[in-house]
Write a protein that binds this ligand. Structure first.
Ligand SMILES: Nc1ncnc2c1ncn2[C@@H]1O[C@H](COP(=O)(O)OP(=O)(O)O)[C@@H](O)[C@H]1O
Ligand SMILES: [Mg+2]
Length: 242
């Protein structure tokens, strides 16, 4: 009687040919993530986190195994349908923010809506609402180089949620932020998860991020070493959990 998971991978394997052999980046990863989760893939550099997120986000394909994301089998989608799945339903947040430097904050957040072909008035309404959600409506006309790292990442969060996606994938979102900005960015994501019901899947090896997670999936050498429900030690207001 359980609803279909948002993400379900079965024996996901990704190998890269390296020096005559195969490097195993993902080793039979079988995971389910349900709608509304706030979960993290945790593990040291090289453990396969980005590879996993890229396959789930239909940016990459597995060598073997299957990944069903929002009802689609990503390994069989092909470029056009993969792009449609991403454009409509998946928001991405990267450690380097990936804002387009020559465009304003408004235009950066608007970009996913252009891909969806929404009319200008609707785009404007949604962009301003998404910037309000991250507290940056007053910076709509700024360029990315006029923002701090934390503000840049909040713009990237705003861009990720502006189309109201079911799923946001965040690859080491605090890797380039200091502690204060990391906490602010995480509070924003916790609040969006609660207010919008958006599912968040992170990759991280940052202890600050780990303190916010409700589920911690540990990858070691591309394999799931642990998958635990955890009580967040940090919440929306930075308070310790009771
Ligand atoms: N395009 C590639 N070609 C060869 N090896 C790769 C490629 N992408 C990733 N890898 C290797 O796969 C493993 C997992 O990488 P990655 O998913 O980026 O790990 P993480 O994000 O946890 O740091 C690493 O050993 C990495 O060097
Ligand atoms: Mg990575």
């Amino acid at each position: 009687m359980t609803a279909e998971p948002l993400i379900e991978t079965r024996d996901l394997v990704k190998t890269y040919p390296v020096g005559g052999g195969d490097l195993i980046a993902l080793d039979r990863v079988s995971l389910r993530v349900a709608a509304g989760e706030f979960a993290g893939i945790v593990g040291p550099s090289g453990s396969g986190k980005t590879t996993f997120l890229n396959i789930v986000g239909s940016l990459d394909t597995p060598t073997r195994g299957s990944a069903r994301v929002l009802g689609e089998r990503v390994e069989t989608l092909g470029h056009r349908r993969a792009a449609a799945l991403r454009n409509r339903h998946i928001g991405f947040i990267f450690q380097t923010f990936n804002l387009l430097p020559v465009y304003t904050v408004f235009e950066n957040v608007e970009f996913p809506l252009l891909l969806l072909g929404l009319p200008a008035a609707e785009r404007r309404r949604r962009v301003m609402a998404a910037l309000e959600r991250v507290g940056l409506a007053d910076r709509a006309r700024s360029r990315p180089d006029q923002l701090s790292g934390g503000q840049s990442q909040r713009v990237a969060i705003s861009r990720a949620v502006v189309k109201d996606p079911a799923l946001v994938l965040a690859d080491e979102p605090t890797a380039n932020l200091d502690a204060a900005n990391s906490h602010q960015v995480l509070h924003t994501m916790v609040r969006l998860n609660r207010e919008l019901g958006t599912t968040f899947l992170f990759s991280t090896h940052d202890e600050k991020v780990i303190g916010y997670l409700r589920r911690r999936i540990t990858l070691v050498d591309g394999a799931v070493a642990a998958d635990e429900v955890v009580t967040p030690t940090h919440g929306e207001n930075g308070e310790a959990a009771p």
